[in-house]
Design a protein around this ligand. Sequence first.
Ligand SMILES: Nc1nc2c(c(=O)[nH]1)N[C@H]1C(S)=C(S)[C@@H](COP(=O)(O)O)O[C@H]1N2
Ligand SMILES: [Mo]
Length: 323
Amino acid sequence: MLIRIAKASDPASSEITPRSVYLDRRTFMAGTAGFATLTLGGCKPKAATSSGPGTNAKLADVKEGYRKLGSADTLTTYDAVTSYNNFYEFGTDKEDPAKEAHRLKPRPWTVKVDGLCNKPGTIDFDDLIKPHALEERIFRLRCVEGWSMVIPWVGFSLGDLLKGFEPQGSAKFVQFETLVRPAEMIGQKDAFSLKWPYVEGLRMDEAMNPLATVAVGLYGEVLPNQNGAPIRVVLPWKYGFKSAKSIVRISFVEKQPENTWKVMQSREYGFYSNVNPSVDHPRWSQKTERRIGDFRRRDTLMFNGYEEEVASLYAGMDLKKNF
Ligand SMILES: Nc1nc2c(c(=O)[nH]1)N[C@H]1C(S)=C(S)[C@@H](COP(=O)(O)O)O[C@H]1N2
Ligand SMILES: [Mo]
C-alpha cells in the first residue's frame, strides 16, 4: 500500500474538526514555533490533517511538523491552492493545471535515482515513501511573479530521502527531473512552451537543510495532480519554480546542474533563486507580493521569512550576483 490512506475505522468526516475551527486554530497558532501542542477552548483539537477539505484520499498518521508563521499569515484556501497553479506541463494559464491535470496517472510511479551515490536504482513510489513518517509542514510559497500562498503540505525531509541513497562525497549537487508524458501532460505538446523535461537542482547542503521538503500531500490529503502528484519538492525559502513537481528522477552530480527557467532566460532566472526583496527581476520588482486571497500587497521577506533557518547556507556569498 502507498503512503497510508485513512482506514474505514478512522473517524467519519462528521466527527472531524469543522473546517472553520481548523482555520481558526491556524490563525490562533500563528507566531508559535516548533512542535508545541496547543489547545483550543480547553480541549485538544483533533489532528488538523484528518480534516482535508478536498476529495482526494486522506493521509493517515500525519504528525505535526514545522509551522512557524507570522501574525499576518493565514492558510490559503484549499480551493485557491488547487485552482491557481503554475505547472506548464498542463498549460501556461493559472487555471490550466486544475482543468487538465486529471489526465495524469500518478500510479504506478517510479523514481530513478542515479549518479554519485552507493544505492542507485529505480524505486516504486510506495517503497520510496514507506520508511518515512509523514508530517504536516506549513510553509509560505512565494512565486517569482509576485504572488504568494500559505500551504499545509504533507511530507518529510528531503535530506532523509536523499541519505537513503548514500550520496558520495563527490556529489555536490542534486538534480530533479519531472515526468515527460505528452499524452497526459498536454502542455508538453506546445512547441512554444518550456523545454522538457522540467529540471531543477540544489546544492547538496541546501537539499539537506531541514526545511527542504518532499511533499506527497496537502491539507491532509494525497497531493492533487495539479500540485505535482505523486511527489514533488518544496523549498520554501526559494522562488516557487525551484519546487519541481511530479518527479521521476533524482541525480547526484558533481557540477551545478541545469534548471529549466535559467536555461530559458538566464538573464532573468538564476540557479539559487532565493527569495530576495532587494534583487529585482528584470521585468518586475520583488519588494512586495500579493498573498492570494488578500487585497493589498505586503512586503516580501528575505528568504521568504526563513532567514534564521537558511541564511548560514549562503554565508560569504554575494546574493546579488548569485541570484
Ligand atoms: N514540473 C514543474 N514544476 C513546477 C512548475 C512547472 O511549471 N512544472 N512551476 C513552478 C512554479 S513557477 C511554482 S510558483 C510552483 C507552484 O506550485 P503550486 O501550483 O503547487 O502552488 O510550482 C513550481 N514547480
Ligand atoms: Mo512561480
